[in-house]
Design a protein. Structure first.
Length: 301
């Protein structure tokens, strides 16, 4: 027996005063309404209604049960209605994980525009360059940069991400400008610790075991760019970080013919089906926001 359906049938019979009118209200047959009420009485072990050919009367047990069941059904309908409104009106909190440098440089205007468009959505933005577990850590969406491997998560590509090798004019004046992969030997490298190693020729030359003299490693791209601007070495970083320094002449692009294949910025979320409207609104809003190619790839001053 579906207890909730039986409860609704009983309350409808009492409210309408007859099985016939209750069946019309519920959109089922009179026989089925009578069956539901009978099953409920059998489940409870008490008679709820005294039936005559013309009238229905609540028993004492029926009066008590009706008084308790009615507010329960009303509360349930209110909860279902509220959730339905959230699904259709894009309301509630969206918890987002994003890379530190990208968020600091490029998410501010997007989030401001998003909340002007969807004022009922609250944003909880957490910055971290590690790969978070969306489900375990309670995130609705994660922004990830890289070449994503297949998984049970849903990933939507937002924009390409170029990596360029750079150094400051002062460093190049002092150490020479490399014009081939072999000429990288002897240069000092500033490495991002979360860089995904690959078979790219340039990345092979920048591998730790090839370093002479010793390089430097950190988990923050902004720090690496500041070090490169100060003449500390060569840096391989996304154009969304180094773009302003290149346009201003503080950094110079090296060996563009060996630029690694682009990565991409993705929105990643757990489920495609029954995706909450608030999450769908954010994912859809990001699509195309940065342009294609994105504005940060305009490296000419």
């Amino acid at each position: 027996m579906d207890r909730l359906t039986a409860m609704r049938a009983f309350v409808a019979v009492v409210s309408e005063g007859s099985f016939t009118r209750a069946s019309e209200r519920l959109g089922v047959s009179t026989q089925l309404v009578s069956k539901y009420v009978g099953q409920l009485e059998a489940h409870l072990g008490v008679r709820l209604l005294n039936r005559t050919t013309r009238q229905l009367h609540l028993t004492e047990a029926g009066t008590v049960y009706h008084a308790r069941a009615t507010p329960l059904l009303e509360e349930l309908e209110a909860v279902e209605g509220q959730l339905g409104n959230w699904q259709h009106q894009a309301r509630g909190r969206v918890r987002i994980s994003a890379p530190v440098s990208f968020a600091a440089l490029h998410l501010g205007s997007l989030l401001a525009d998003f909340q002007r468009t969807y004022p009922g959505i609250e944003i909880d933005l957490q910055l971290n360059d590690r790969k978070v577990d969306i489900v375990e850590e309670g995130f609705d969406v994660a922004l990830r940069i890289g070449r994503l491997q297949s998984s049970s998560l849903v990933a939507k590509r937002i924009a390409p991400v170029r990596l360029v090798l750079c150094a400051s004019p002062a460093y190049l004046d002092a150490r020479g400008t490399p014009d081939s992969l072999a000429s990288l030997k002897g240069h000092r490298f500033l490495r991002y610790s979360h860089m995904d190693e690959s078979s790219e020729p340039l990345l092979k030359w920048l591998a730790p075991e090839s370093e002479e003299p010793a390089g430097l490693m950190t988990n923050n791209g902004d720090v690496l760019v500041r070090l490169a601007e100060a003449g500390a070495g060569l840096v391989l970083q996304p154009t969304f970080i180094v773009g302003p320094a290149i346009r201003a002449g503080r950094l110079q692009v090296l060996l563009p013919e060996y630029e690694p294949a682009p990565l991409a910025l993705y929105t990643v979320y757990a489920h495609r089906r029954l995706l909450a409207t608030k999450v769908r609104a954010f994912v859809d809003f990001m699509e195309g926001y940065f342009g294609d190619p994105p504005y940060w790839d305009e490296l000419e001053s």
